[in-house]
Design a protein. Sequence first.
Length: 129
Amino acid sequence: MNQTNWQQVCRVDEIPVLGARRVARPRGMDVAVFRNGDGEVFALLDRCPHKGGPLSQGIVFGTSVACPLHNWTIGLDDGCAKQPDEGCTPKFSVKVEDGAVYLNAVELAGVGLDVERPVAGPVHHRTGA
């Protein structure tokens, strides 16, 4: 494996089965790395396309995760909401080798940097003077 294109982020056994762990980035939102019941590993931006819920706190089933805010089902393989819901969150390429989990370094440095973090609490709109 060409180590220059891949960055080790954790070990498979550090990801809970049917759960996730977050990988912080210097810029942009965290990446959620998931492990399903079959031991497959996936990575998505840790933000639901609906209202920005933290997917890393969702329930993993099969090759999907349920957003903890409104129970939207998001595909772990493509980051897209299942019907009837619509929208996608960025996905990241994953490699597993000798029990280590690697994410594509180019994607980590560039994918999803323009996606803003959700803001909790009431929204205040600015009015022009």
